[in-house]
Design a protein around this ligand. Structure first.
Ligand SMILES: Cc1ncc(C[n+]2csc(CCOP(=O)(O)OP(=O)(O)O)c2C)c(N)n1
Length: 613
C-alpha cells in the first residue's frame, strides 16, 4: 500500500498490521524529508505515527471528531486525510499549513497552535452532540506538555464533573520542547517504569472484580474502590478523582494494542483517559538522541540574532545581579535561556506551558525582591493579558517581559504572528514598551530595564535578522533617536525593525525630491516628547509598525501629537499609521508578507508619494 494511494481514513480499514507497519515507515520517511526541507515539528510527529493510524481506524472522522491539542503533531493526520500528495508544500505560502486548517479539510475541526485548548473544545462538542447525536465520539489528543497548561486542567475538571463522553488520549512522551516540568508527568513516569507496581495494581483489581456484587451503585462503589486502590500507588487516581476513567498505560507504537484500547474507551458512557506512551522523534536517530534541536522547529539560537543578544545579556545580567531570575513557559531552548540555565541553574524557572501563571508568579517573585525576566513569544503572551494588566501593572511590579517573535513570524501562520503585543501592552498603565531597532539597542534596553524598578517593562523583538550598529547609533533611557534630518515636510517614524524600512524609504524618496526626517521611537510607550515636538513641525507624519495598526504604536503617537497640538491651540500634522491590518494572516515568509502589506521601503515610499506629492 503506497502512502500516496491513501485518500482518506477509509483506505486504512481493511489493511493488515504488517501493511500498516510498512505504511508507518513510509510516513516517517515523508515527514523527515518534508521537515528537513521546510522546518516544523519533527519529533512530535514521528512519535505519533502509530497513534494517528490507530485513531483513524477506530474512529470515523470527520463524523467522530479527532481534536489535536496544540496541533503541531497533526502532520500524520494530514497525510491520512487525503493530503499526502500536497505534503511537500508544508509551511510554504499557498501550501499546507503547519497546523490543522479548516479550509484544508473537514477532518480538521479546530485551527490552533496555542496549547491546552482541546479539552475545552471537546467538552463543548460532546455537550452539543449529547442532544443531537449521542453516538458521535469526541476524541482529544493531548500531550503531557499541553497537559501542564491551566486550561487543560479546567477542561479536565469540567469534563469529569459533567460526565461528558469524551475520550482523552494522553500522548505521553515525557517531553514538552524540553522535558516536561510537571509532577503529574513525573509520577506517570514512576508509575509506568515500575513493573512491580503495575503487577500488584492489576492483581488487586482482579481480586476486586471477582467480588460478586452487582447493581449500579455497587459497581460504582467498586470502581471508586479500584480508584482508591490505584491511588495508593499511582497518579492515575488523579484522573479518576476528577471523574474520568483511566485506561493504560499503553505502548503508543503498537497499532493493534492501541486499537483495542481505543475501541474499549469508545464503549464507555463516561469520560475516559487513554494513557499512551510514545517516543518523541521515533525512527530518526538524530531526533531520538538530540535533546531539543531536532525535535521542533527551534534549532540552535544563532549569534547575530535578537534572541542571541538576549541570551548573552541574560548571562551578563545574571552574573552582575544575583536577584535576576529567568522564567520560561516550557520554552527554555527557543527563547535563548539555555545558557542562563547552564550558568545559574535554578534561577531559571520553567513553569510549564502556563503563561498566565508565569506572569503572576513573576509578580510574586518581584514582590519578594527578585528581578524576574519572563522570556516569551509575543503570540503566547496575549493569553496572559489579564495577568499582565491587573496582577503586574496594577501592582507596578518590576517584571521585565522579554518578547521574542514579535511582529510577522511567517511559517506558522495566523496563530503565531506576534501582532497584538503593542496593542495590548500600550494599554497597561505605567508600562514601558521598548522595540529595539538593532542588536545594540536591545543590549541597551535590557540594561535600562534593569534600572526601571517602579513598574513593568516590555522589550519586543522579531525573529528575523537583526542589524548591528555602532555605539553612537544607540539611544538610552526613554528617549527616541533621530536617525535622519529632513526638510520639515515629512517625518517617518519606524518602530523596531521597521526603522530600517523607513530609512530605505527615505533614500527612495530623496530621489523624488522629498527629504524625510526619520525617527527611531525606541520606546513605543511612553511617547518621547522631543520626538513628538519635532514631528509636530512636519506636514505629514507616517508611523510604521509590524503589529496591528488599529490601536498600536502609531495610534499612540498620533494621539500624542493631537493632544500636543490641542494644548498649544495649533493644528496637528496629518498622521498616517501604517501597520498590519485587522485580519488573520496566513503563513508565508515574514518579509514577503510585510511587503505584500506595503510595509517595506517601496510600500512606505509609495504611500508617502500618494499622500504628499
Ligand atoms: C500557549 C502555548 N505556549 C507555548 C507553546 C509552544 N509549544 C508548541 S509545542 C510545545 C510542546 C508541547 O508538548 P506536548 O504537548 O507534550 O507535545 P509533544 O510535542 O511532546 O508531542 C510547546 C511548548 C504553545 N504551542 N502554546
Amino acid at each position: 500500500m503506497r502512502l500516496e494511494a491513501i485518500t482518506g481514513p477509509d483506505d486504512l480499514r481493511e489493511r493488515s498490521h504488517p501493511e500498516l507497519d510498512d505504511l508507518c515507515r513510509q510516513i516517517r520517511a515523508r515527514i523527515i524529508e518534508a521537515v528537513s526541507a521546510k522546518g516544523g515539528h519533527l519529533g512530535s510527529n514521528l512519535g505519533s505515527v502509530e497513534l494517528t493510524v490507530a485513531l483513524h481506524r477506530v474512529f470515523r472522522s470527520p463524523h467522530d471528531v479527532i481534536l489535536w491539542d496544540t496541533g503541531h503533531q497533526a502532520y500524520v493526520h494530514k497525510m491520512l486525510t487525503g493530503r499526502s500528495s500536497d505534503f511537500d508544500s508544508l509551511r510554504t505560502a499557498g501550501g499546507l499549513a503547519g497546523y490543522p486548517s479548516r479550509t484544508e479539510s473537514p477532518h480538521d475541526w479546530i485551527e490552533n497552535s496555542h496549547a491546552s485548548t482541546a479539552l475545552s473544545y471537546a467538552h463543548g462538542l460532546a455537550t452539543a452532540f449529547e442532544s443531537s447525536d449521542n453516538r458521535r465520539r469526541v476524541v482529544a489528543v493531548v500531550g503531557d506538555g499541553a497537559m501542564t497548561g491551566g486550561m487543560a486542567f479546567e477542561g479536565l475538571n469540567n469534563i469529569g464533573h459533567s460526565g461528558r463522553r469524551v475520550v482523552v488520549v494522553l500522548n505521553d512522551n515525557g517531553r514538552s520542547y524540553a522535558p516536561t516540568v510537571s509532577r503529574l508527568t513525573e509520577s506517570l513516569v514512576r508509575f509506568r517504569s515500575n513493573p512491580k507496581i503495575m503487577r500488584r495494581s492489576d492483581r488487586l483489581e482482579e481480586v476486586a472484580e471477582r467480588i460478586p456484587w452487582v447493581g449500579d451503585t455497587l459497581q460504582r462503589g467498586m470502581r471508586m474502590s479500584k480508584a482508591a486502590i490505584r491511588e495508593l500507588w499511582d497518579s492515575a487516581g488523579f484522573f479518576e478523582n476528577l471523574g474520568l476513567r483511566y485506561l493504560g498505560p499503553f505502548d503508543g507504537h503498537d497499532i493493534a494494542g492501541l486499537e483495542e484500547a481505543l475501541a474499549n474507551a469508545a464503549q464507555f458512557d463516561e469520560p475516559v483517559v487513554v494513557h499512551v506512551l510514545t517516543q518523541k522523534g521515533r525512527g530518526y536517530g538524530p531526533a531520538e538522541q538530540d535533546e531539543i534541536k531536532h525535535m521542533h522547529d527551534v534549532g540552535k539560537v544563532k549569534p547575530g540574532t535578537y534572541t542571541g543578544m538576549f541570551s548573552d545579556m541574560m548571562v551578563k545580567l545574571g552574573g552582575l545581579h544575583p536577584e535576576v531570575v529567568a522564567i520560561t513557559a516550557a520554552m527554555p531552548d527557543s527563547t535563548g535561556l539555555l545558557p542562563f540555565r547552564e550558568h545559574f541553574g535554578d534561577r531559571c524557572i520553567d513553569v510549564g506551558i502556563a503563561e498566565q501563571h508565569a506572569v503572576t508568579s513573576a509578580v510574586g517573585m518581584a514582590m519578594g525582591g527578585l528581578r524576574p525576566f519572563f522570556a516569551v513569544y509575543s503570540t503566547f503572551l496575549s493569553r496572559a493579558f489579564d495577568q499582565v494588566n491587573l496582577d503586574c501593572g496594577l501592582h507596578r511590579a518590576p517584571v521585565v517581559f522579554c518578547i521574542d517573535r514579535a511582529g510577522i513570524t511567517g511559517d506558522d501562520g495566523p496563530s503565531h504572528h506576534g501582532i497584538l503585543d503593542m496593542v495590548l501592552l500600550t494599554k497597561v498603565p505605567g508600562m514601558v514598551v521598548f522595540a529595539p531597532s538593532s542588536l545594540e539597542e536591545l543590549e541597551q534596553m535590557m540594561l535600562d530595564a534593569m534600572d526601571m524598578t517602579d513598574g513593568p517593562v516590555a522589550i519586543r523583538w522579531p525573529k528575523t535578522a537583526a542589524r548591528s550598529v555602532s555605539r553612537d547609533a544607540v539611544g538610552s533611557g526613554l528617549r527616541a533617536r533621530k536617525t535622519r534630518s529632513g526638510g520639515g515636510r515629512l517625518c517617518l517614524i519606524g518602530v523596531g525593525k521597521m526603522l530600517e524600512a523607513c530609512e530605505h524609504a527615505a533614500e527612495l524618496l530623496e530621489h523624488e525630491g522629498v527629504d524625510a526626517t526619520v525617527w527611531d521611537p525606541r520606546a513605543v510607550t511612553p511617547v518621547c516628547p522631543k520626538m513628538a515636538a519635532d514631528a509636530s513641525e512636519c506636514e505629514l507624519v507616517v508611523t510604521v509598525e509590524d503589529g496591528l495598526r488599529t490601536g498600536g504604536a502609531g495610534t499612540g503617537i498620533r494621539d500624542a501629537l493631537v493632544e500636543r497640538a490641542e494644548a498649544a491651540g495649533r493644528t496637528a500634522p496629518r498622521v498616517r499609521t501604517l501597520g498590519v491590518p485587522l485580519d488573520y494572516l496566513p503563513h508565508g515568509k515574514p518579509d514577503q508578507i510585510l511587503a505584500d502589506l506595503g510595509l517595506d521601503a517601496a510600500g512606505i515610499a509609495a504611500t508617502v508619494k500618494a499622500d504628499l506629492l
